[in-house]
Ligand binder design. Structure first.
Ligand code: F6R
Length: 608
């Protein structure tokens, strides 16, 4: 949510900031703004709308000369998207400018106090409180003012700050919202995420909670909230810079769908060694794994859907009870975690506020947490006791595809590992699962080859009002994700149901021609799902089935069938999800939606 970029150095700041913000637009895109120091004063340009509006307003940054500045793309929390609510925000004399990602939870009492002190507020944002508080505490020493403010505010924040009477410095601060700083021979950078500055430098430092950074053209200095200077290690980012570019695809989402064979390979291959699964990062001995009596999986959105899938797999293969929670529920439901429980949190960004809070909740009760995370060095990756990285590379489209596939792959590995150690999987089954696992990337390639067929079918549904997804067992988990993919990017209302549940109410919504997508990849449930297909067809539904090749009865039962290659049924999600991702994508494209940046959404949900 919200993207921040800052620069100070030998080059013009505005074009660098605009360029970086373009890479962060997935974090928020309802308004954008920049503050640039022009040698005498700070100038701010900001506007509601996409970054393009700001680019046009500043002619690509040309109207805002200067060698230092901060910029922001917004995903509104406090105050509607509007010019005045856009960041940066000024103090009253326009000598301090602030951009903010996060939420200041105690902004109302602080605002009241500042009003009582004579400050006037022009916006509805929580951020403006910070600009006035900085003004209030500023006596010529930026670091002192910043740390005083940090002692007053509660909530989450990543901040970029400019002081006009300290023109050779910019400041950055972080608590529970992501922030990195980087450096090259030309200058220093602030960013919410690596892709924003990857073009300029690969040497970055992750800012930790409640640290303040002072950036000058050639130096980075780090401080605690008590103004003590600290030393920090930088890391070298080894991503391919092209990974954050569209590379000829119309949208990032399509590119990322096509990257899935590689993503799955990258996540599983390094962990398959000599016919075994080796997950060194688990930091758990076989004895500890054997002792696991219950598994709690906590995540949000699509990551939660991989958790639902994993429940079926872990319970099936390892015979361990698994509870799956949406993180925003887990954190407040006073969960019962018994001895012998293993807690797993799943997150692409590693920054999702609720998932991070759930992790902290589990840790505070003395439980070790395993993070399945994509973004290296993210908050969840750093706070988890052990991290199983999904090697999906940067995922830019707001709707996840390749990170979802990578999460599934990581969970397969984990289930097979635990099952083997516990002795609930025979050697024969293990060997056959391993063979099927290795085939998945190739089978995904085959499915991607069906793109045109799916596009044609999707074009028929660009005008659809409601679409339902049904399935049983793992097919239900697949349906949850298929439905989310469709609705979040195409704005077509859709719901996923356990196929047997539909007749307990929702079936009344089925009308003549309503599309029902039936997923059927679990052999022991083929017949049961067909019965449910018959039920909806009898009410007028048109049924598209996603079925495994050996499910011959589906040909007659459904109106239209997309077949997926055979694999072990536990791995079926990795294949069945591909046509569903493409279906959602093409319905959205057909409707002319902004696929990579769906309305109201942001990639990394750093507020609760
Ligand atoms: C949907 C989607 C979201 C995320 C959710 C969790 O396409 O991307 O539902 O899965 O916001 O995000 P992470 O995995 O970053 O914790």
């Amino acid at each position: 949510m919200c993207g921040i970029v800052g620069y100070i150095g030998k080059s013009q700041a505005a074009p660098i900031i605009l360029d970086g913000l373009a890479k962060l637009e997935y974090r928020g895109y309802d308004s954008a703004g920049m503050a640039i120091f022009d040698g005498e004063k700070i100038n701010i340009e900001k506007s509601v709308g996409r970054l393009k509006v700001l680019e046009n307003l500043t002619r690509g940054g040309a109207t805002m000369p200067g060698f230092s500045g901060i910029g922001h793309t917004r995903w509104a929390t406090h105050g509607v998207p509007s010019d005045v609510n856009s960041h940066p925000h000024f103090n009253k004399n326009q000598t301090i400018a602030v951009v903010h990602n996060g939420i200041i939870e105690n902004y109302i009492p602080l605002k009241k106090k500042m009003i009582a002190n004579g400050y006037e507020f022009v916006s509805e944002t929580d951020t403006e409180v910070l600009a006035h508080l900085l003004d209030y505490y500023y006596k010529g020493n930026p670091l002192e003012a910043i740390t005083k403010v940090l002692h007053r505010v509660e909530g989450s924040y990543a901040l970029g700050i400019l002081f006009s009477d300290h023109p050779k410095e910019i400041y950055a601060v972080r608590k529970d919202s992501p922030l990195i700083v980087g450096q090259n021979e030309d200058g220093c950078f602030i960013a919410s995420d690596v892709p924003a500055i990857l073009k300029y430098t690969r040497t970055v430092t992750y800012v930790d909670n409640q640290e303040v950074v002072k950036l000058s053209a050639d130096e980075l200095h780090f401080y605690t909230v008590d103004e003590e200077e600290i030393q920090k290690e930088s890391v070298t980012i080894d991503w391919d810079a092209n990974a954050a570019e569209k590379g000829g695809y119309e949208h990032f989402m399509l590119k990322e769908i096509y990257e899935q064979p590689k993503t799955v390979t990258d996540t599983i291959s390094p962990r398959i060694k000599d016919g075994d699964i080796v997950i060194d990062e688990l930091n758990m001995t076989d004895e500890e794994l054997k002792a696991v009596r219950r598994i709690h999986i906590v995540a949000c959105g699509s990551a939660y859907h991989t958790g639902v899938t994993a429940k079926y797999i872990l319970e099936g293969l390892c015979r361990v009870p698994v509870e799956v929670d949406v993180a925003s529920e887990f954190r407040y439901r006073n969960p019962i975690l018994e001895e012998g429980s293993m807690v797993i949190v799943i997150s692409q960004s590693g920054e999702t506020a609720d998932t991070l809070a759930a992790l902290r909740e589990a840790k505070s009760r003395g439980f070790k947490v395993l993070g399945i995370v994509n973004v290296v060095g993210s908050s969840i990756a750093r706070e988890a006791d052990s991290v199983l990285y999904t090697w999906a590379g940067p995922e830019i489209a707001v709707a996840t595809t390749k990170a979802y596939s990578a999460q599934l792959s990581a969970l397969y590995l984990l289930a097979m590992k635990i099952g083997k150690v516990k002795g609930t999987i025979s050697n024969e089954l293990f060997a056959s699962l391993l063979e099927d696992l290795k085939k998945l990337p190739y089978q995904i390639e085959l499915l991607l080859g069906q793109k045109e067929k799916i596009q044609k079918f999707a074009n028929r549904y660009v005008g659809a009002k409601d679409i339902f997804f049904i399935g049983r067992g793992i097919d239900y988990a697949i349906s949850l994700e298929g439905s989310l993919k469709l609705k979040e990017i195409s704005y077509v209302h859709s719901e996923a149901y356990a196929a047997g549940e539909l007749k307990h109410g929702t079936i009344s919504l089925i009308e003549d021609g309503t599309l029902v997508v039936a997923v059927s990849t679990q052999p022991e449930l083929y017949q049961k799902t067909i019965s449910n297909i018959v039920e909806v067809k009898a009410r007028g539904a048109f049924v598209m089935a996603i079925a495994t090749e050996d499910n011959v009865a589906m040909e007659k039962a459904a109106d239209y069938t997309i077949y997926v290659p055979e694999t072990n049924p536990y791995f079926a999600n990795s294949l069945a999800i591909i046509p569903l991702q493409l279906f959602g994508y093409y319905v959205a494209v057909g409707k002319g939606c902004d696929v990579d940046k769906p309305r109201n959404l942001a990639k990394s949900v750093t507020v609760e």
